[in-house]
Ligand binder design. Structure first.
Ligand code: KIV
Length: 255
């Protein structure tokens, strides 16, 4: 697709019902993101979600998807301790959950783990820029690599990930000009989130782009629907009908 200049679409899903809708809509890649930690479990960060929980979410998505490529995030501490541990985690994600590929965060420091996973025949997607699993190292969710030293490092990391065998790299919240430069310098596709138009594809958290969260609105999210309002209105209508004895009516009951 990169070769053809065709943009790649990626959206998150963590459960069967959402994955079915995303898959049927024709999205190229479903990401079972560790953003499940925030979106599904209500944690402040992605750090608490476990490998077992990510395997569960991935299994649910795998049952639903018939055509999309399914990439599953390896959660915090499931690949950083040892390279063998990283391979074991990736192997579980493929064997137990049925993922088609795994994603992990970081640059040169995770290259040995990536090599080990790729050598075992498991496709790996990288993730550079804002890497939410390192939030306590950086301290903020601000745009990354705005200064030349960090930008040069990111460019170098992207090349190292490609060389290590990654089939694609997510670029999160970096200047559009840098994302464009990284994209042009790689053979593998980049998938951007808050990284501008120059990437080979785009990813958003589905709950964000559907407007299911009212309180989270960074500039990189475009809301394609306002499902928070749609759902709240529907729930209010149901509540009112039940209270007034209007639901169920005769056609909605038996005998
Ligand atoms: O976990 C996630 O949803 C992600 C995307 C934001 C790229 O990693």
């Amino acid at each position: 697709m990169k070769g053809r200049g065709e943009k790649i679409t990626m959206l998150t899903a963590y459960d069967y019902t959402m994955a079915r809708i995303v898959d049927e809509a024709g999205i190229d890649i479903i990401l079972v993101g560790d953003s499940a930690s925030n979106v599904m479990a209500g944690h402040q960060t992605t750090l608490p979600i476990t490998l077992e929980q990510m395997i569960y979410h991935t299994e649910c998505v795998v049952r639903a998807a018939e055509r999309s490529l399914i990439v599953a995030d390896l959660p915090f501490m499931s690949y950083q301790v040892t390279d063998t541990g990283a391979l074991k985690s990736a192997g579980r994600m493929m064997k137990e959950a049925g993922a088609h590929a795994v994603k992990l965060e970081g640059g040169a420091v995770v290259v040995p783990a990536i090599r080990k996973i790729v050598d075992a025949g498991i496709p790996v997607m990288g993730h550079l820029g804002l890497t939410p699993q390192s939030i306590y190292k950086f301290g903020t969710y601000k745009v990354r690599a705005t200064e030349s030293r960090e930008a040069d490092q990111l460019l170098q990391d992207a090349r190292s990930l490609q060389e290590a065998g990654c089939f694609s790299i997510v670029l999160e919240k970096i200047p559009a000009s840098l994302a464009g430069q990284v994209t042009a310098s790689l053979d593998i596709p980049t998938i951007g989130i808050g990284a501008g138009q120059g990437c080979d594809g785009q990813v958003l958290v589905t709950h964000d782009m559907l407007g299911l969260n009212k309180d989270f609105s960074p500039r990189f999210i475009r809301r394609y629907a306002d499902l928070h309002t749609v759902m709240t209105d529907a729930i209010h209508s149901y509540q009112s009908d039940v209270k007034k004895g209007l639901f169920p009516d005769k056609s909605e009951q038996y005998g």
